[in-house]
Design a protein around this ligand. Structure first.
Ligand code: PXP
Length: 243
């Protein structure tokens, strides 16, 4: 069954709406662990719009499950990752004007910068996953760049409305998993996954980790972080592929 990484950025977003000290994403991480999270994911953006350096440091000190840091390939952030040494980083594209990460990293277009960042991280003992679209060329380029894993962008599936498009996006994810495994990559999934749309993705064999943020934190507003995580974890258990 795939592990559940809970992205706690949105808790920091609420805090930053008032530039105060609550709600604390570090508390949210502890609550997520109590709800059964297998991992905690956070994105230290260059503009520090939600998670800040203090959060990153405290998460590193207090999280007892897998800590996954999403980050751009900016040298300043690579330095911080090398210092922090999370269990894993996930390299993502980052644009200041975006509301959230939109689509995957273009590993082909930024091949040489990405290769350098992955090498630098590896030299510091940090493994890296690439957040990419489920496209063969990007998957192959990720393997060549030295990533140990890819996180396949599930946003295309999540945003699809017509049943034919939903099926096509699911098929693309299944093909992506196959290609990635063939070239020796571990396969994660994330973006736009919700309580309503997780089942068909969870049922695909091959995903070892999902990173889910917005839907869980939205549910947590009504039922609390611990219960929201428990409910998502329960769906992953119920819809785990056989075997
Ligand atoms: N995975 C990656 C790489 C992301 O950038 C994000 C969004 O920060 C997520 C997963 C979580 O996406 P969502 O908040 O839509 O669940």
């Amino acid at each position: 069954m795939a592990l559940l990484g809970v992205n706690i950025d949105h808790v920091a977003t609420v805090r930053q709406a008032r530039r105060t000290d609550e709600p604390d994403p570090v508390w949210a991480a502890a609550e997520a662990e109590l709800g059964g999270a297998d991992g905690i994911t956070f994105h230290l953006r260059e503009d520090r719009r939600h998670i800040n350096d203090r959060d990153a440091r405290l998460l590193r000190e207090t999280v007892s499950v897998k800590l996954n840091m999403e980050m751009a390939i900016a040298p300043e952030i690579v330095d911080i990752a090398c210092d922090l040494k999370p269990a894993q980083v996930c390299l993502v594209p980052e644009r200041r004007e975006e509301v959230t990460t939109e689509g995957g990293l273009d590993v082909i277009a930024h091949r040489s910068r990405i290769r350098k960042a992955v090498k630098r991280l590896a030299d510091c003992g940090v493994v890296a996953s690439a957040f990419i679209e489920p496209v063969d060329d990007q998957i192959n380029a990720s393997a060549e760049a030295g990533f140990h894993a890819v996180e396949l962008w599930t946003g295309g599936y999540a945003h699809a409305r017509a049943p034919s498009e939903v099926s096509e996006r699911l098929a693309a994810l299944a093909r992506g998993i196959e290609t990635a495994r063939r070239v020796g990559l571990i396969v994660h999934g994330g973006h736009g996954l919700t309580y309503r749309n997780i089942a068909p993705v969870a049922e695909l064999p091959g995903f070892t980790e999902f990173n889910i943020g917005h839907s869980i934190i939205s549910r947590a507003v009504f039922v609390g972080v611990r219960e929201a995580v428990r409910l998502m974890k329960d769906l992953l258990v119920r819809h785990a592929p056989p075997g």
